[in-house]
Design a protein around this ligand. Structure first.
Ligand code: AHR
Length: 528
């Protein structure tokens, strides 16, 4: 079936030149390039684990306190103290796994301070994120309750840097031992007779930095020590995540893994990779955008190379790579942090394009990844929600939220390869060093999902995807786009950048779609 197909009319060199003179920074008029790709729908990369779309919430700025957690007495509409609007939006999005309480905060957190009657919990100074006071009213029980409300699996990051193996071991027993031990009974007395059955346990966070400034062999030795006391209780086997590198640091991985020789290996191995930006979130130029988005090929290379390195220690691939912090980290103005909390960052169309590039990578490298957690869930860095606008405005879904929504149909499908094929272009000169078109695809039965990201600020791209191993009956497309790369969803204009239907031409053996400069699109095809 073929639907109508509109080509943008202003893609002429003359039009570009005259429009460019009157458009503000970040607003562009683009010429058109052509790209051919082949979707190999009968081939297999691996399962698109829903866990690739997981999140991270740290005690940092207004992520937890004042963001997700407002307390049961708040005038803000809440469910048992959790911001209701956030709960509702996150339920729609679907959060497979949520990591907590840090981040750097994890290695200065002592879980016993966050249980028992809230009024008796000690006030603590958050030393990593501005020395502000936290009252510990959000602790283990609150976190578990929040996870249950939004349907997420909890992932705890335990304290290695300033904690002890006993502290982690006791936390596991408190959460998972069914009943009868002093810790299990204490949990019951605190309102939860049923064990929490927490599977995911991070053994520290960024041990090479805020988690204790370890050397790789020292971090490996800590993993050995902490893992010795982590036990399965009530049938819940702890999945231990060892602390991996920042970026593609092979020296760290070798040192860490060498130190584990002859002992228990981790089940997961964390890698952190932020995509830094040297402009304030809403003031990106095309050049700064290209510089930031060009980091993503390095993220993909990191996954491939770290996997290959781990394979030399673990040929059976039992250790899963957990990219448990990723996302754009822009130059955040101090005034935004003073007003809204540390690392408060708005998401723009550029951030959504970045999210699309990352999520495409996860599909393409599905066989090498276990979990990925965007940093962070609310208000901090590349969040999916912002809270507390002027005049009591409650909660807004960012452009990043919508990028994740566009990728939701891939969850649980089998990723299939996409050959990127030929590229042609006959317009005026394009910027050097611009990031390239990105595509991924997945299939389950008669549904084939193709996601396409045009990260160029200087060219629309007309894409033709030839289908191998499947014939399309019909399809539909959705897109996230704006003419301004700095466009964003504000409390006054919460629906400025939202998912829209988009035209796609579908024939039995191919699809054609026009991707405007800076856009993320998903095509869902019914195939046979
Ligand atoms: O996400 C913000 C911080 O970035 C985390 O606390 C830390 O793990 C990383 O350096």
């Amino acid at each position: 079936m073929t639907t109508g197909f509109t080509r943008r009319q202003f893609a002429r060199a003359g039009a570009v030149a005259s429009l460019a003179a009157v458009l503000p920074r970040g607003v562009f008029a683009a010429p058109t390039a052509n790209h051919k790709a082949i979707v190999r729908a009968d081939d297999t990369i691996g399962l698109v684990r829903p866990e690739f779309h997981s999140h991270f919430a740290e005690h940092l700025g207004s992520c937890v306190y004042g963001g997700l957690w407002v307390g049961p007495k708040s005038p803000i509409e809440n469910v048992e103290g959790f911001r209701k609007a956030a709960v509702d939006y996150l339920k729609v999005l679907g959060v497979p796994v949520l990591r907590w309480p840090g981040g750097c905060y994890a290695d200065d957190y002592h879980w016993r301070e966050g249980i028992g009657p809230a009024a008796r919990r000690p006030k603590r100074v958050n030393i990593h994120w501005g020395n502000y006071l936290e009252d510990n009213s959000f602790g283990t029980h609150e976190f578990i309750r929040f996870c249950r409300l939004i349907g997420a699996e909890p992932y705890f990051a335990a304290n290695v840097g300033s904690g002890s193996p006993q502290e982690m071991r006791d936390w596991i027993e408190y959460c998972n031992f069914p009943s009868g031990s002093a810790l299990a009974d204490e949990r019951a007395a605190n309102g939860s007779p049923e064990p929490f059955r927490v599977k995911y346990w991070g053994v520290g966070n960024e041990l090479w930095g805020c988690g204790g400034n370890f050397r790789p062999d020292g971090a490996g030795a800590e993993f050995r020590r902490f893992a010795s006391y982590a036990r399965a209780f009530g049938g819940t086997e702890p999945f231990l995540v060892g602390c991996g590198p920042s970026g593609n640091d092979a020296r760290w991985t070798r040192g860490f893994m060498d130190a584990l020789a002859g002992s228990r290996l981790p089940d997961g191995y964390s890698v952190h990779y932020y995509e830094g930006g040297d402009h304030p979130p809403l003031e990106f130029t095309p050049e700064a955008t290209a510089a930031q988005l060009n980091i993503f090929p390095k993220v993909e290379r990191t996954i491939i190379e770290q996997r290959a390195l781990l394979d030399t220690y673990d040929p059976g691939r039992k250790i899963g790579i957990c990219l448990d912090e990723w996302g754009v980290w822009d130059r955040i103005p101090q005034k935004d942090q003073d007003r809204n909390g540390a690392l408060w960052q708005q998401s723009s169309l550029r951030s959504a394009v970045a999210a699309g590039l990352g999520l495409n990578i996860f599909n393409r490298q599905a066989d090498k990844l276990y979990m990925c957690n965007i940093a962070q869930m609310v208000n901090v860095l590349q969040s999916v929600l912002l809270t507390d606008g002027p005049e009591g405005k409650n909660c807004v879904r960012t452009t990043t939220y919508y990028a994740f929504m566009l990728f939701k149909p891939h969850r649980g499908k089998t990723a299939v390869p996409v050959d990127m094929g030929a590229w042609s272009y006959d317009g005026p000169p394009l910027y050097d060093g611009q990031p390239g078109l990105s595509i991924s695809a997945s299939r389950s039965g008669s549904e084939l999902v193709v996601s396409l990201v045009n990260p160029r600020t200087d060219a629309d791209i007309e894409v033709e995807c030839v289908l191998r191993g499947a014939r399309a009956r019909q399809g539909r497309a959705q897109i996230l786009h704006d003419a301004d790369l700095n466009a964003y969803n504000s409390f006054d204009h919460p629906d400025r950048v939202v998912i829209q239907p988009h035209e796609v031409a579908v024939e039995p053996d191919r699809l054609r779609i026009m991707l405007p400069a800076m856009s993320v699109a998903t095509v869902t095809l019914e195939v046979e």
